[in-house]
Each structure stands twice: as structure tokens, then as C-alpha cells.
Design a protein around this ligand. Structure first.
Ligand code: AKG
Ligand code: FE2
Length: 359
């Protein structure tokens, strides 16, 4: 039996729902679905009790009426429950995890802003293309509830470590018509924190990455010199990598991939990947999640050792199966805050005139 498409919302205002996410409850803590149903039935008609995940200790209780869920939450959350052997339950309203089509419908129901070649929507904070920064003076509000399941999946990704608690607060939705790409850019260092997630929906694309070698922030080790020799493209001073982003894949940019590599989408209708023809769909819609950076906080945070985790990952399926895990060849440990800021500024200033220049 597949898991129900309900999750515990996170990072958004709690929403009323007829579905409850109930933790510390389930077969692995000795509570059968029948017992759970008999307890929750006291508050209204229960449509079903389902596993919330594979733990056996978290369930979804689905009511017919929102009012029943409200009453059950009020009565049972955080209180020791005699009918459940004195166990205390942790209960939240749960939301339905939308399908790709539902996510697309949700954005299509909202107003788009037209750029010259594509359309965008911004949530949390407006992203200004002139300054390539967020307008932090004006908060647009919480991220919309239809992305709460994506935020939940992101925070439960393995290997995020401390970053799992990162509260992503800015979302840009991009709609690219068939064949339209995106100019090379590095997302402004001073605008966003170090993890950038981008979910691809509707059609696929090939995203390319390039890193300029002159003035690179990488230390000049023997291996980076070898890499230069191997990868230099016809006398140019850059190396390139391409990644296929299928629909429903999640791209995570962090470390070097986020700070030092330009990313862009070539303007093609057809891409070739190892002799395979990949046709772009009629459109690609991406959801890019970021956390706006409070620059003063950034300066303090970066005064210690900054381990730069060189990681670029694609997750596919319902954002969970690891398709590719590209570890860049070297790990950079930056110990000096000023040096770090200097190289940020240097990389940043290089991109000043190329970012979004076609938009
Ligand atoms: O469409 C994407 O996946 C990436 C969008 C992007 O790079 C950006 O908005 O900065
Ligand atoms: Fe970007």
C-alpha cells in the first residue's frame, strides 16, 4: 500500500484541515489502527487512519469534517491519553501533498509577471532583476501552503546536517516556454544563503554549469592544474558541466556549485545527452527555493572555519531517489573571513553584467 499524500506542514502558517498528523502513535509503539480509530472516532466521523511514513510511529487520521479534527487536536495534543495507555500524542494539522499537476494548477491560478522571454512569480520576498537582489523591505508573506509538502521533503533530505533547520523563505517560480533558456549567472552571494533548491516540473531541461579558471577561488593544487588541462575548452578559460533535470527532479546547489559555478539553461528546443535526444516539453516550470541572507549575520557567521561542501545533487521521483551525486573534486576550507568575502565579491563582480542580461 502506498503512503497517503498527507504530510505535516512546516515553514508555513498552520492551516486548518480535516487531516491530522499524529506523532508518537502507531503499530510500532503498540497502538493498532483499530485502537487509534476508536479513540479519534469520539470527535467525529473518521474516514481513515494511515501510516504517515515508514516509522510505524506516526499516523494520519483523516476526518470527514474539519471541526472534528480541531476538536481532536485540542483534546489530545500533548496530553497523556488514558485510552492509549497514558501515551502523549503530538498532533498537527496535515496537508495533502500535491501532485505535479496540482502544483502547476496552483501557480497558474495566480498572476504571473512577464519578463521578456519568460514569466515569473515571487513569494516570500520579491526578487528584483535590476539589482539581482531581494526586496527585504517588503515581505510578501509566508510561502504559499501548496509548497509546504515540498519544504517538508527538503528538510527531511539526508545529509543536510545543520542546514535541515534552514527556513527557506523565498520562492521564485519560473515558467520557460519551449526552447527558452536562462542566461549564465550565479545567484547573488549577498542575497541568499548557501543552499538553493530548484524543483523542475512540466518539461525537462539541460542545465549547464561553467566555472572560470582565472581568478578562481580554488587553491592551485596539482590536481586542480591537471583538471584544468583536461577540461579547458578549446583554449577558453572555463570548464563546463551539463546536467539533465527531468520533471519532478530537485536540484540542490551548495558550496562551490552555488558560489563559484555559473548556471544557465541553453536556448534549445532539443538537447543531446550522450547521443540521446531530449526534447523540451511545451514549457518547463521551476520552483526555486532560497533563504534570503541577512548580510550582517552572514559576516559574523563566516568568521570561523567554513567547510564548503562541494555538492550538487539531483533527486528524482517524488524528490527522493538519488539519480546522480556529483562531488566536485576538491574541498575548500576557508578560514579567513575577509578572504572569503573578498572572493565572494570578486566572483560576484564578474557576473555583474552577465546576470539576467537577456531578461
Ligand atoms: O529554473 C531553474 O531551475 C533555475 C532558476 C534560477 O537559476 C534562478 O531563478 O536564479
Ligand atoms: Fe539561479
Amino acid at each position: 500500500m502506498g503512503l497517503p499524500r498527507f504530510i505535516r506542514p512546516k515553514g508555513v502558517d498552520e492551516q486548518l484541515s480535516p487531516n491530522l498528523y499524529v506523532a508518537n502513535c502507531g503499530p510500532s509503539v503498540g497502538l493498532s489502527y483499530e485502537i487509534i480509530k476508536s479513540v479519534f472516532r469520539k470527535f467525529g466521523q473518521v474516514k481513515g487512519v494511515y501510516a504517515a511514513d515508514e516509522s510505524g510511529a506516526r499516523v494520519i487520521v483523516s476526518y470527514v469534517e474539519v471541526g472534528s479534527a480541531q476538536a481532536a487536536l485540542k483534546a489530545l495534543d500533548g496530553h497523556s491519553c488514558p485510552d492509549l495507555g497514558g501515551r502523549s500524542l503530538h498532533i498537527r494539522f496535515s496537508v495533502l501533498q500535491p501532485t505535479s499537476e496540482e502544483l502547476l494548477t496552483a501557480v497558474d491560478d495566480r498572476p504571473w509577471n512577464n519578463l521578456s522571454k519568460r514569466r515569473v512569480q515571487h513569494y516570500g520576498y520579491e526578487f528584483c532583476y535590476e539589482t539581482r537582489n531581494v526586496n527585504t523591505k517588503e515581505r510578501l508573506g509566508e510561502l504559499p501552503s501548496f509548497v509546504s509538502s515540498i519544504l517538508e521533503r527538503i528538510s527531511s533530505l539526508p545529509d543536510l546536517g545543520d542546514s535541515a533547520s534552514l527556513v527557506l523563505d523565498q520562492l521564485t517560480v519560473n515558467e520557460y516556454p519551449r526552447g527558452v533558456g536562462l542566461s549564465p549567472h550565479i545567484d547573488t552571494h549577498s542575497a541568499f544563503e548557501g543552499l538553493i533548491f530548484s524543483l523542475s516540473l512540466a518539461g525537462p531541461c539541460i542545465m549547464e554549469f561553467r566555472r572560470y579558471l582565472d581568478g578562481s577561488w580554488l587553491p592551485k593544487t596539482a590536481s586542480s592544474n591537471d583538471m584544468k588541462v583536461k577540461n579547458l575548452e578549446n583554449g577558453s578559460n572555463l570548464i563546463r558541466r551539463a546536467i539533465h533535470l527531468p520533471p519532478r527532479s530537485m536540484l540542490l546547489l551548495s558550496g562551490e556549485a552555488r558560489y563559484a559555478w555559473h548556471h544557465y539553461i541553453p536556448h534549445h528546443k532539443i538537447d543531446m545527452v550522450n547521443d540521446n535526444v531530449i526534447r523540451r516539453g511545451s514549457r518547463r516550470v521551476s520552483f526555486t527555493f532560497r533563504k534570503h541572507l541577512n548580510f550582517s549575520k552572514f559576516a559574523i557567521l563566516s568568521s570561523g572555519v567554513i567547510p564548503v561542501n562541494l555538492m550538487l545533487r539531483i533527486l528524482v521521483g517524488r524528490y527522493e531517489k538519488v539519480l546522480a551525486n556529483v562531488n566536485f573534486p576538491s574541498i575548500v576550507i576557508l578560514k579567513d573571513n575577509r578572504k572569503f568575502l573578498r572572493c565572494c565579491l570578486r566572483i560576484h563582480s564578474k557576473t555583474l553584467h552577465s546576470d539576467y542580461d537577456n531578461d
